[in-house]
Ligand binder design. Structure first.
Ligand code: SAM
Length: 220
């Protein structure tokens, strides 16, 4: 049985360091609490925003966007970087509609492209390259998403993958579920591929932050 390896007071402390959010984002956070919907939350969202700001991201593609909470953090960064585009992808029409409402109220509507469908297929069909790709789809799909992400991300771009601790399930040797195996296999793939510099950041449920090396970069 998986259990969160990080203490609750640490999560609360990390969230407390994030600057106040606008009322619409606070409402999105409250909805997640009330409906037990798995958003990335304030600390991980702010981390995504920070990375997008640091690399000056103008083109962001998100896989598994829910009702747009993580999208809002990327859109805020892209807007502050001078504008560009953020792709929101989810396979539920209702979640896509909710996202359109929230992101419109937040003033990000002009930046957004919405896809309703399977996220890896949507990325495959999209015109790259992207500066930043964020992956939060069903975990069994993680390994197969990596070659498509690698093709669409620009050299020097950033990949962020959520749930890489998977509530501690990765440490349970008796857990061979498709989702846990997907997280383990993705971890093996990205940490053994010389094309990436990747670190697991233990924020909330664990995020891999990976840098796609530029051609000719043979650093180990
Ligand atoms: C964990 S929630 C994402 C929450 C969002 N990233 C956030 O933090 O606000 C993942 C969402 O993506 C959807 N999803 C999962 N796998 C998907 C896939 N392969 N293609 C499209 N949508 C997917 C789920 O139904 C769910 O709504």
């Amino acid at each position: 049985m998986a259990s969160d390896p990080l203490p609750q007071h640490l999560h609360e402390y990390l969230d407390s360091l994030v600057p106040p959010r606008p009322p619409e984002m606070q409402a999105m956070e409250a909805y997640a609490m009330q409906h037990d919907f798995p958003i990335i939350g304030p600390a991980s969202g702010y981390f995504c925003y920070q990375i997008a700001r640091m690399i000056g991201a103008r083109r962001v593609f998100e896989l598994g966007s829910g009702y747009g909470y993580s999208t809002a953090w990327f859109a805020k960064a892209v807007q502050e970087n001078g504008g560009g585009e953020v792709h929101h992808v989810v396979w539920d029409e209702q979640l896509s509609q909710m996202a359109r409402g929230h992101l419109g109220v937040l003033g990000f509507g002009d930046l957004l492209t919405y896809h309703v469908g399977e996220a890896v297929q949507a990325l495959r069909a999209a015109t790259g390259p992207f500066d930043l790709i964020f992956n939060d789809i069903d975990k069994h799909g993680y390994p197969d998403s990596l070659p498509v992400i690698a093709e669409k991300l620009r050299p020097g771009g950033a990949l962020i993958i959520d749930n890489m601790i998977w509530h501690g399930a990765i440490f349970d040797d008796s857990d061979h579920s498709a989702s846990t195996q997907g997280v383990r296999e993705f971890t093996r793939l990205i940490t053994s591929d010389p094309g990436w510099i990747a670190s697991l950041v233990p924020l909330r449920d664990g995020m891999f932050l990976a840098y796609k090396k530029i051609e000719g970069d043979t650093a180990q």
